[in-house]
Design a protein around this ligand. Structure first.
Ligand code: NAI
Length: 330
């Protein structure tokens, strides 16, 4: 019996995490969920969207899975997601993007992984106004953070039998910050067994749209990973499909790439695939590989059959019907 922290989150979070729990239960893996609330629903009571009990629970259980949490745009509290990654030093964000058969994709043979530095870059949270004239944000790139994210990408490539690593940067313009990332990247990948190259982020965006099948493992600073992973999810059928893992030395949090989708919250129409795929990553993290394989196969079958799909994938089934269909094949 595992004990794992579950943060249902805001918007569609409670619906998709409920579906995820049902699918895991069907595999027979026994998990005691320690459910803790964070985000909009606790802010009035605790005067923060991230009360200490959330961090305490994750520190105790070491592993968490979370639904999305709403972040006010341009005002209000800072992102809970960013705060969790920083407080628990979850330095590597891993986002596998793969095309599924049966889904109306723009591309059928995408199989790449975005590895995003998760603790610094443009997400330092250090911003200030310059009177009425403007505002300034400070982008921080450090040698230790670059070294560990590039090493993580190399290890990931080894463990997952990948062939190629691409470093993404904007070192032509940000010569010191991204220049440091690029130097470290080149130095670290130079003597590995992988085919390696590097790309400026704007060129990377274009190449990913033109020839995504050419890419394999891609490693990059924080903001580029955020943007390119949404771009890549668009290549294979949308945000409803793409999972992620936030990994550190001591803790890990698994979550969908998408946000709280407030427009469709509470309607039982959200696609739970991304959070279920995140649970698959979690099962692999705890070495429950057989159950992870079973869920992955079941998702493939349901998407290929194509008769029970949520609206974002062109169907008209509910979140519950879709997750029940996955359970049928486990
Ligand atoms: P979003 O990912 O919530 O939605 C973008 C579009 O994708 C919308 O049309 C939405 O309906 C659709 N969508 C997303 N997930 C879906 C799913 N599972 N099934 C079907 N359709 C889905 O992005 P948006 O609107 O920019 O952000 C909403 C809120 O979520 C914001 O407050 C944002 O800060 C937060 N957010 C939280 C994240 C997290 O907790 N890790 C990540 C991204 C955004």
């Amino acid at each position: 019996m595992y004990k794992i922290t579950l943060i249902p989150g805001d918007g569609i979070g409670p619906e998709i995490t409920k579906a995820m729990k049902k699918v895991i239960k069907k595999t027979g893996v026994e998990i005691e969920w320690e459910e803790v609330k964070a985000g909009m629903e606790v802010i009035d009571e605790y005067n923060t969207p991230l009360p200490n009990y959330v961090i305490d629970s994750i520190k105790k259980n070491k592993i968490a899975i979370k639904g999305p949490i709403t972040t006010p745009v341009g005002k209000g509290f800072r992102s809970v997601n960013v705060a969790l990654r920083k407080k628990l030093d979850l330095y590597a964000n891993v986002r596998p993007v793969k095309s599924f058969k049966g889904i109306k994709n723009r591309y059928e043979d995408v199989d790449l992984v975005i590895i995003r530095e998760n603790t610094e870059g443009c997400y330092s949270g250090i911003e200030h106004k310059i009177g009425d004239y403007g505002a300034e944000t400070i982008k921080i790139i450090t040698r230790p953070a670059c070294e560990r994210i590039v090493d993580f990408a190399i290890d990931y490539a080894k463990q997952n039998n990948r062939k190629r690593i691409t470093g993404v940067h904007k070192a032509n313009i940000m010569k010191l910050t991204d220049g440091l990332f690029l130097d470290i990247y080149k130095d670290r990948v130079e003597n590995t067994e992988f085919e390696t190259d590097d790309l400026i982020v704007d060129a990377a965006a274009m190449n990913l749209v033109l020839n995504p099948e050419k890419y394999d493992v891609m490693v990059m600073p924080n903001l580029y990973g955020d943007i390119l992973s949404d771009l890549c999810s668009g290549l294979v059928g949308g945000l409803g499909l793409i999972p992620s893992a936030n990994i550190g030395e001591n803790y890990a949090i698994f979550e969908a790439v998408h946000g709280s989708a407030p427009q469709i919250a509470g309607k039982n129409i959200a696609n739970p695939t991304a959070i279920i795929q995140s649970a698959v990553m979690m099962l692999r993290y705890i070495n429950e590989n057989e159950s992870a394989d079973k869920i992955e196969k079941a998702i493939e079958i349901v998407l290929k059959n194509g008769n029970v799909l949520t609206a974002d994938l062109g169907g008209n089934s509910s979140t519950d019907e879709f997750s029940d269909e996955i359970c049928k094949y486990i």
